[in-house]
Design a binder for this molecule. Structure first.
Ligand code: C2E
Ligand code: CA
Ligand code: CA
Length: 576
């Protein structure tokens, strides 16, 4: 083969290979979803390739026609896109820019690559257009979910806290007030349970929409926290943004029902308000306080709106601390029983003692039972505390009887929660056997609240206790629902007349009439009477005169420690 022929064959082969490669690139470009734009600065060669129609429904064949592309995108992207595509010397090798079609149907991104000659003049520009609509939508949903509540379209809690924090920073600089307004729909659970979750959801939505109208004021933001709980923040709450005024507006609106697809529904709300900087300077704390205050407004029915109140928050904090400590309290170590004597009014003979619990904290501070017992009842720690009290009281009376032979009664306070416990009676009987205590030496003090629920069951227990010789006293008589008529059928042994009557019995004629009537009727029904909280001699004398059998109070003796009691028992003091 001569030289020429050889060269010819080689060229052919190279040509063939080039063609193949060209084809391959063309196919790649065509089958990808992307579009490309190629521009050569030197020979002004302009070409579009790939899936161009997917992005732009206008053909673009020259640099001049590029303006057609810009005509199809949203206004805010025109300039940035022009700058990115430009087809001029930008001095960059790579840049990218997002854009959105005017009708919102497509989000795209263009990636621009430039190459330069050695002298710095631009050589070629390649642009790739990518469809990022899907990615954008996902991203938007995520952003949306991160900031807004899906059900109502209001801010969610996180975003609200974020924005509130910003407002507080601003308020600090501008010396302004920010109100946090916590709103809760009353009895929402009833609606949800009674009418179904769908109705509940719709109500949350509709009410949320109503609240969102307030947020049209740029100084008000509105959030839906969860279920029936909403929260607003008001920057500079004056004039029409005054919280009282906002509440009035809401209050007026909810006088009329909200229309749901299932029909009209009426709602009532409770509102708690805490303001920066008075209540706190922290966003989370403000929200927290507003919530506590809201709960308080729910509790007392005087008004459905309540404002921050420092003593209330203090009380709440203390109670929360007590609740926490109670859970970890060890009865044998931290609780002690004190004993307050009860005397017979006529003879001054010691009738018995009432066991009163004291909680001594590690640091030596004593917490009063009126403070912790209600909390212990709520979190049910009263069960173990009550068990401890029972055993301590029963074992103590056993010891006293053995050592001093004192024929006295041990009165034990029993909380309603404890009394209703299934094994309560059994547990008490077991203790009496264990310490060999005569049931007649034990009196259980219960309040009328015990009788409210499960009357029959409670009555059964009372009857059982009575059959076994255990005494039952109605504590704080006259403060609750007590009517003398219900006493009639109860296997009660003693009625304790509440201190509030004793307090006024000397000065107040009406309370004298009442106390006299109570004592007379109670005695005629065959029950014994004890007056509690007797502090003055005049009270004692008067009560004795009208036939009150027993007296208990600071006048005769404050609650004594076990040690003090032994002295008293040794001396077998008679009060005269
Ligand atoms: P309570 O059963 O009505 O007990 C009488 C309370 O009045 C006692 O308060 C007693 O110290 C106080 N007191 C007695 N005489 C006078 C007086 O002359 N003047 C004044 N100002 N107060 C007097 P305490 O010990 O603080 O107990 C408060 C409440 O805590 C009790 O009221 C009772 O409801 C409850 N509690 C006490 N110990 C126990 C217990 O072991 N178990 C249960 N479940 N509750 C208990
Ligand atoms: Ca009592
Ligand atoms: Ca009492």
């Amino acid at each position: 083969m001569d030289e020429v022929a050889y060269q010819m064959n080689l060229l052919k082969a190279m040509n063939q290979q080039l063609k193949q490669e060209n084809n391959m690139y063309a196919r790649l470009v065509e089958t990808s979803n992307n579009a490309f734009l190629y521009y050569s600065f030197q020979d002004k060669l302009f070409r579009t390739m790939g899936n161009w129609e997917h992005f732009f429904d206008v053909p673009v064949n020259s640099k001049k026609e590029l303006s057609r592309v810009f005509d199809t995108v949203r206004e805010e992207y025109v300039q940035p896109l022009k700058e990115a595509i430009g087809l001029e010397n930008k001095g960059l090798t790579y840049t990218s820019q997002e854009f959105c079609k005017k009708d919102g149907s497509l989000w795209g991104e263009c990636e621009v690559t430039m190459s330069y000659h050695q002298d710095g003049s631009p050589a070629e520009e390649t642009i790739r257009f990518r469809d990022i609509t899907k990615f954008k939508a996902q991203n938007d949903n995520l952003t949306y979910m991160a900031y807004y509540d899906m059900l109502t379209g209001l801010y969610n809690r996180n975003y609200f806290v974020q924005e509130l924090t910003k407002w507080l920073q601003r308020a600090e600089k501008e010396n302004m007030i920010v109100s946090v307004v916590f709103i809760d729909i009353n009895d929402f659970k009833k609606i949800n349970d009674g009418m179904g979750i769908l109705v509940g959801d719709e109500l949350i939505q509709v009410f949320g929409q109503y609240l969102s109208e307030f947020a049209e004021d740029e100084n008000i933001i509105c959030a839906h926290f969860n279920a029936d709980v909403y929260c607003m923040a008001v920057y500079d709450p004056f004039g029409k943004r005054n919280v009282g005024y906002l509440y009035q507006t809401i209050h007026e609106r909810i006088k009329k029902p909200f229309m749901l697809s299932t029909g009209p529904i009426s709602v009532d709300v409770n509102v708690g308000v805490a303001e920066y900087p008075e209540a706190s300077t922290s966003a989370l704390e403000l929200i927290n306080y507003a919530e506590i205050i809201m709960f308080r407004s729910k509790k007392d029915s005087t008004s459905n709106i309540r404002y921050f109140d420092a003593p209330l928050i203090k009380e709440f904090r203390e109670n929360a601390a007590i609740e926490h400590k109670l859970k970890h309290a060890v009865p044998e170590k931290e609780f002690v029983l004190y004993y307050q004597p009860q005397y017979e009014a006529g003879t001054g003979r010691l009738r018995g003692v009432e066991a009163l619990i004291r909680w001594v904290n590690e640091d030596g501070t004593v917490i009063s039972p009126s403070q912790f017992i209600p909390i212990a009842e709520k979190n049910h720690t009263i069960i173990s505390i009550g068990e401890w009290v029972l055993e301590k009281a029963v074992s103590t009376i056993a010891k006293w009887k053995q050592e001093y032979g004192a024929p006295i009664i041990m009165s034990i306070n029993v909380s309603a929660v404890q009394y209703r416990q299934e094994g309560f009676v059994h547990q008490l009987m077991k203790l009496l056997r264990k310490y060999q205590v005569d049931p007649s030496e034990i009196e259980l003090e219960i309040t009328e609240t015990v009788l409210i629920e499960d009357f029959d069951l409670i009555l059964q227990k009372m009857k059982y206790l009575k059959r076994h010789g255990i005494k039952i006293a109605i504590d704080d008589f006259g403060t609750g629902y007590s009517s003398l008529s219900y006493l009639k059928g109860l296997p009660v042994h003693t009625v304790k007349i509440d201190k509030s009557f004793v307090d006024t019995v000397v000065q107040d004629k009406a309370s004298r009439i009442l106390v006299e009537a109570i004592i007379q009727m109670v005695s005629r029904l065959g029950y014994h009477t004890i007056a509690e909280g007797v502090e003055q001699k005049e009270q004692y004398d008067y009560l004795k005169q009208i036939g009150c059998e027993y007296i208990q109070g600071f006048l005769l003796g404050e609650p004594f420690s076990e040690q003090q009691m032994t002295t008293l028992l040794k001396e077998q003091t008679v009060f005269a």
